[in-house]
Ligand binder design. Structure first.
Ligand code: MLC
Ligand code: AMP
Length: 504
């Protein structure tokens, strides 16, 4: 029996070598981590989890939480990580849609989640940030040498939800083959080896922290410093012991604010990588001037894993996302005709390769609509390819805000605001924000005479939307600008409020 992804991880694992460095006193070797993954897989098997069952996980970041992902791979379950910021209302949708057999949450959240889970036929177990919880209790008595379920390259390893531009969130189905092929490509492209020590400060419920950071570390037999969250001071302190950092642009913006960041602090670092949102050219330039390092920017998506990367050896050009990764084809087409465009012309970025997902969970029409007839995934990102082959992302064909690396779909936020008593309509936009890249901003039209202020709206959204999706500022307007077709002209609003977060 073979388990496509986990077998490769096992083959790459240098048994007694460190895998996860938790703090000064605790380091887990590969053997430790794999033994726990076997016990957790056993516990899930005893609970009745079978290959293909979904396991939804909304827990704080911890070594145990990371190992739970490996345990899911081993049981053949489909891992479904959920942002810890999601409210119960948001959770209800994901559980109802994915129909997991098991939901793992923090002990404090058990009661609230149990009602939802039961109504969708799922059981609930717990895992706390300190590694305790009912799932760990069950795992304790299980043997470490679990017999892994058989999984092929085409079997699902994970479902990651991405919000949709039109209404409901969609579950992107990622196979063992998608994840393994991309991680091996990245490992080789970025020259990651067992000598590497990665600072892992990203959340583990998204592609970046879960697949890029974790799978690449595992397949290189490298190790990671697992931080519960990003803290610039902590990251600078760890740099002398580490060799790599992966982050969203906000990490680099915040690191530049640290007076401790200088050439000496980074002397041991081999590679700084940025992705998930556009890295401003000025951040790239400032970082290089201060540290001597050219940040390597790459481009990916939940649906496709990583697509492009600036080169390891060649020139890393600020404002570009580099070249298509080996085995990945990227083209730019005219959105009107679908025809491929010549160099330097802006159009829709389309992607094909073993990295591209299998489709959206139980949404065959939506899946079909996002692929071209010849099998390219339509990214929704607008970009161009220059004569040297460097790709730049110059805009978005989709109405999306990216704040600190998290995607926010305006339609979802507008839907919630429009339901508030006294609101006629709203438009949610992203405008430049010095820390988060873009700040979620709502422009709201009130009914005549309505008593409605910023506070009322914020408190109405409190239990409905995760904190990061909530507008950082709410602006009241008499009406929204519209074109002759009646469509709200968000570009005008974005221009109008462009300096909202930067004006002094
Ligand atoms: C936190 N807040 C955010 C936010 N993160 N608001 C907007 N955008 C965000 N990204 C809220 C908090 O709830 C808090 O609310 C307030 O903003 C300030 O919090 P903070 O303490 O400053 O934030 P912090 O916890 O430090 O988090 C910021 C961050 C974090 C940038 C470190 O968001 C982060 O780790 N982002 C990484 C996201 C990521 O991994 N994306 C990859 C997606 S995969 P208040 O008001 O209650 O105080 C992908 C594919 C690919 O895109 O290519 O990789
Ligand atoms: P997600 O759906 O969270 O995976 O976000 C994917 C989106 O993030 C892409 O479609 C891009 O819009 C954006 N993105 C990822 N990496 C980059 C990058 N390096 N530069 C600009 N945008 C990026």
């Amino acid at each position: 029996m073979s388990n496509h992804l986990f077998d490769a991880m096992r083959a790459a694992a240098p048994g007694h070598a460190p895998f996860i460095r938790i703090d000064d006193t605790r380091t887990w070797t590969y053997d430790d981590a794999f033994a726990l993954s076997g016990r957790l897989a056993g516990a899930m098997d005893t609970l009745g989890i079978r290959p293909g069952d979904r396991v939804a996980v909304q827990v704080e970041k911890s070594a145990e939480a990371l190992i739970l992902y490996l345990a899911c791979l081993r049981t053949g379950a489909v891992y479904l990580p959920l942002n810890t910021a999601y409210t119960l209302a948001e959770l209800d949708y994901f559980i109802g849609d994915a129909e997991p057999r098991l939901v793992v949450v923090a002990p404090a959240a058990r009661e609230g989640v149990e009602t939802i889970a039961k109504s969708h036929g799922a059981i609930v177990e717990t895992l706390d940030a300190d590694g305790s919880g009912s799932l760990l209790d069950l795992a304790r008595d299980e043997p470490a040498d679990f017999v892994d379920a058989s999984r092929t390259a085409d079997d699902l390893a994970a479902i990651l939800y991405t919000s949709g531009t039109t209404g409901r969130s969609k579950g992107a189905m990622l196979t063992h083959g998608n994840l393994l092929s991309n991680a091996l490509t990245l490992r080789d492209y970025w020259r990651v080896t067992s000598d590497d020590r990665l600072i892992h400060a990203l959340p583990i419920f998204h592609t970046h922290g879960l697949f890029v950071a974790t799978n690449v570390t595992l397949l290189a037999g490298a190790s990671m410093f697992l931080l519960s969250k990003f803290d610039a001071d902590e990251v600078v302190s760890l740099m002398p012991e580490a060799t790599m950092l992966m982050g969203v642009p906000t990490f680099y913006v915040r690191l530049l604010q640290s007076p401790r960041l200088d050439k000496q602090a980074v002397a041991n670092i081999r590679l700084f990588i940025s992705g998930s949102a556009p890295l401003l050219a000025e951040t790239h330039t400032e970082f290089q001037a201060r540290t001597g390092h050219a940040i390597l920017e790459r481009y990916g998506m939940t649906e496709t894993n990583m697509n492009t990367s600036n080169p390891y050896d060649g020139k890393r050009i600020a404002g570009t996302v580099g070249f298509p990764l080996p085995g990945v084809t990227v083209r730019v087409t005219d959105p009107a005709t679908g025809l491929e465009l010549p160099p330097d012309e802006t159009g829709m970025i389309e992607i094909k390769g073993p990295n591209v997902f299998k489709g959206y969970w139980r949404m065959p029409e939506k899946t079909a609509a996002e692929f071209t007839a010849d099998g390219f995934f339509i990214s929704g990102d607008l970009g161009k390819i220059d004569r040297d082959g460097y790709i730049s992302i110059v805009g978005r064909g989709k109405d999306l805000v990216i704040s600190g690396g998290y995607n926010i779909y305006p339609k979802e936020v507008e839907g919630e605001i429009d339901q508030i008593e006294g609101v006629v309509e709203s438009a949610v936009i992203g405008v430049p924000h010095p820390d988060f890249g873009e700040g979620v901003t709502a422009v709201v039209v009130r009914k005549p005479g309505a008593v409605l202020d910023e506070k009322t709206i914020v408190s109405a959204l409190q239990d409905r939307l995760a904190r990061y999706k909530q507008p950082k500022r709410i602006i009241f307007a008499d009406d929204l600008p519209r074109n002759t077709m009646g469509k709200v002209q968000k570009n005008i609003l974005r221009q109008q409020y462009a300096d909202l977060y930067t004006r002094t």
